[in-house]
Design a protein around this ligand. Sequence first.
Ligand code: FMN
Length: 205
Amino acid sequence: MHILHLDSSIQGAGSASRTLTKAVVANLLDQHPGAAVTYHDLVEEAVPHGPIGAGFRPLAFDVSDEATRREYARSDALVGEFLASDIIVVGAPMYNFSLASQLKAWLDRVIQPGKTFRYTENGPIGLAAGKKVFIVSTRGGSYLSGPLATMDFQESYLRTAFGFIGIKDLDFIRAENMSRGDDARANSMNSALEAVSPLVARMAA
Ligand SMILES: Cc1cc2nc3c(=O)[nH]c(=O)nc-3n(C[C@H](O)[C@H](O)[C@H](O)COP(=O)(O)O)c2cc1C
C-alpha cells in the first residue's frame, strides 16, 4: 500500500492542517504498518507555477528548451507518483476562500489528459478511480452553512477536481473557526483529531 502525504500550509509549525494530516497518516500506519509513505511539503519544495501543462497538453510556445523539458519530467514524476498511490492525504487550508496556491500548482500537474482523465465522445472520464482521499480542511470561519457557505471555493473545488479524475471516495477532516479565538480553535482541533481514528477505521473495515 502506498500513501501520498501532502502539506500545503504556509503557517509552518503552527499549522492546524499539518497537525491533522500527521494524525491521519499515523492512524493509517497503525492500520497498515507495512505501507510506504511519500511526503511532500508543497511549501518547502514548491511545484513551480510556470508551465503547468508541461508534459501532456499541447502548449502555444516552444517546448524544446532545457527548462521546459525539466518541467515535463517533473510533471511526469508527480503524476506517476500520484497514480502509484492508494491513499492520498491532503492538507488543504482555506486561503482567501480557496486553496493554497502551492496545492493548486500540484493539482495542475496531476490533472492531465491521457494520464488522470481522458476525453471521450461522451465527455471527459476520470482515470484515477479506486483511490481514497482524506482531505484535511482548515479554515478561519465556518462555511458549512449560513452566509459564508457560498464562498467556499476550497472544499467544493477539491471535490470537483478529484471527482473529475474519477475519485469519489473523499473524506473530509475539518477544523473550522480557527480564527475565532483560542477556545474555538482548541475545540475544533480536538473534534477534528477525534474524528480521525473512526474515519480511518471505517476505511479499513
Ligand atoms: C493568507 C491567509 C488567508 C486566509 N483566508 C481565509 C479565508 O478566506 N477564509 C477563512 O475562513 N480563513 C482564512 N484564513 C484562515 C485560515 O484558514 C486558518 O488560519 C487555518 O488554520 C489555515 O490552516 P493552517 O493553520 O494549516 O495554515 C486565512 C489565513 C491565511 C494565512
